[in-house]
Design a protein around this ligand. Structure first.
Ligand SMILES: Cc1cc2nc3c(=O)[nH]c(=O)nc-3n(C[C@H](O)[C@H](O)[C@H](O)COP(=O)(O)OP(=O)(O)OC[C@H]3O[C@@H](n4cnc5c(N)ncnc54)[C@H](O)[C@@H]3O)c2cc1C
Length: 359
């Protein structure tokens, strides 16, 4: 009788044999090769194994993975490993220091810079897509290369992303190489949590004596829920309070420029002129120069800025997105420290009043 290693019925596929016939690709392991102490293998039914051998399946190629065995686990353990951590994160980041809306090139660069500048800060990234990275997985028109004008290549040097130096600009052979490297650094930072497949649906707006009208956080929902509010009833959102929100939702589109459009509806900014026609030279400098706190508690960066400022689009050149994100991190840190000082002063005043009352 032969032993057949099978992960699941789904993993069995048909392969062409030298004779041109098709046969199941199950691996046939000689009895002598089996280690008695190893976990029991699936034993093929007596009817199946000879049939496969007879079908002329090719001889198995030896690989370093032939005796590979995973440690045992219960299904409930897998479930709890995920859910306990996710719900702990939701609890931790219900009061975030910084929320970054949108994990495109600007949002990721902001998270990366901020995680270095403020290791004490709790930074949450909310990304509506399952896959973070926004438009930075490709260059223009779905081409692979990413063009970055100097001196924007400094972040590539810092992350050790290789590029070709073309004088005034550099080229990374795959935009995905830069985006995946940046993303891996962000996700490794102990003070950053990415909530993907989650959309920012609205903003928390506060109005108090100390800070006036300001952004105090974001309203979120699973993106799949956000997309179905018109077909389902009453699917209430979740909220994350934040001392500062950085919005990097990209230019206008089905989900883009979300925060800018909401600020306009709330009357917190004037009319949105929208992104102007393409001018690479003007566009990148404008985006970096204009990266700022647009209303108290909200910093804007990346292409979302072009919507509010009417600045030109830039096409497939990415330096401004990274540098705008990095600049936003410094601006956000200033807002965070200001807010922390306000809260500390308010707490001290409350304590002093309580002490005076008690005396
Ligand atoms: C058709 C097309 C044309 C383009 N043309 C230009 C151009 O001319 N010039 C140019 O500079 N760029 C253009 N881009 C985009 C280009 O990819 C960007 O330059 C660059 O990616 C912008 O970086 P960003 O970080 O500002 O925004 P993006 O890379 O767009 O990232 C924004 C991120 O925010 C997420 N997001 C959006 N809304 C929400 C929300 N409500 N909640 C949570 N997450 C949200 C998105 O899923 C995305 O991951 C174009 C893109 C497309 C698809």
């Amino acid at each position: 009788m032969a032993f057949v290693v099978s992960r699941s019925a789904l993993s069995v596929s048909a392969v062409a044999t030298p004779s041109g016939k098709r046969a199941a690709a199950s691996r046939v392991v000689p009895r002598a090769a089996l280690n008695d102490s190893a976990p029991k293998l699936f034993r093929a039914s007596g009817a199946d194994a000879p049939a496969q051998a007879a079908a002329g399946a090719p001889a198995a190629v030896a690989t370093p993975f032939d005796d590979y065995r995973f440690a045992p686990i219960r299904e409930a353990t897998v479930s709890r490993a995920m859910t306990s951590r996710y719900f702990k994160d939701l609890d931790t980041y219900a009061e975030a220091d910084v929320v970054i809306a949108g994990a495109g090139s600007a949002g990721l660069a902001c998270a990366y810079e901020l995680s270095k500048l403020a290791p004490d800060a709790k930074i949450a990234i909310i990304e509506q897509n399952v896959s973070p990275g926004g438009g930075a997985w490709l260059g223009g028109q779905l081409f692979s290369a990413m063009v970055i004008r100097k001196p924007g290549q400094a972040i590539l040097d810092e992350l050790a992303v290789p590029y070709e130096d073309e004088g005034d600009y550099v080229v990374v052979k795959h935009a995905a190489l830069m985006t995946s490297t940046l993303l891996s650094k962000v996700l490794q930072a102990p003070n950053v949590k990415l909530f993907n497949a989650t959309a920012v649906e609205d903003l928390i707006v506060r109005d108090d004596a100390v800070s006036g009208r300001r952004i105090g956080g974001v309203v979120t929902n699973w993106t799949l829920v956000t997309l179905h509010h018109d077909t389902q009833s009453c699917m209430d959102p979740n909220v994350l309070e934040a001392k500062v929100v950085v919005s990097t939702c990209g230019h206008d589109g089905p989900m883009g420029a979300h925060s800018v459009k909401r600020l306009a509806k709330l009357g917190m900014v004037d009319e949105i002129p929208g992104m102007a026609a393409l001018d690479m030279n003007a566009a990148e400098d404008r985006i970096v120069a204009n990266t700022r706190e647009v209303v108290p508690g909200m910093v804007l960066a990346g292409m979302e800025l072009s919507e509010i400022d009417g600045s030109p689009r830039m096409g497939p050149t990415f330096g401004a997105m990274f540098v705008s994100g990095q600049k936003a991190a410094h601006v956000a840190l200033g807002v965070l420290r200001r807010r922390q000082a306000q809260e500390a002063a308010a707490k001290a005043a409350t304590n002093a009043a309580a002490e005076a009352l008690a005396a």
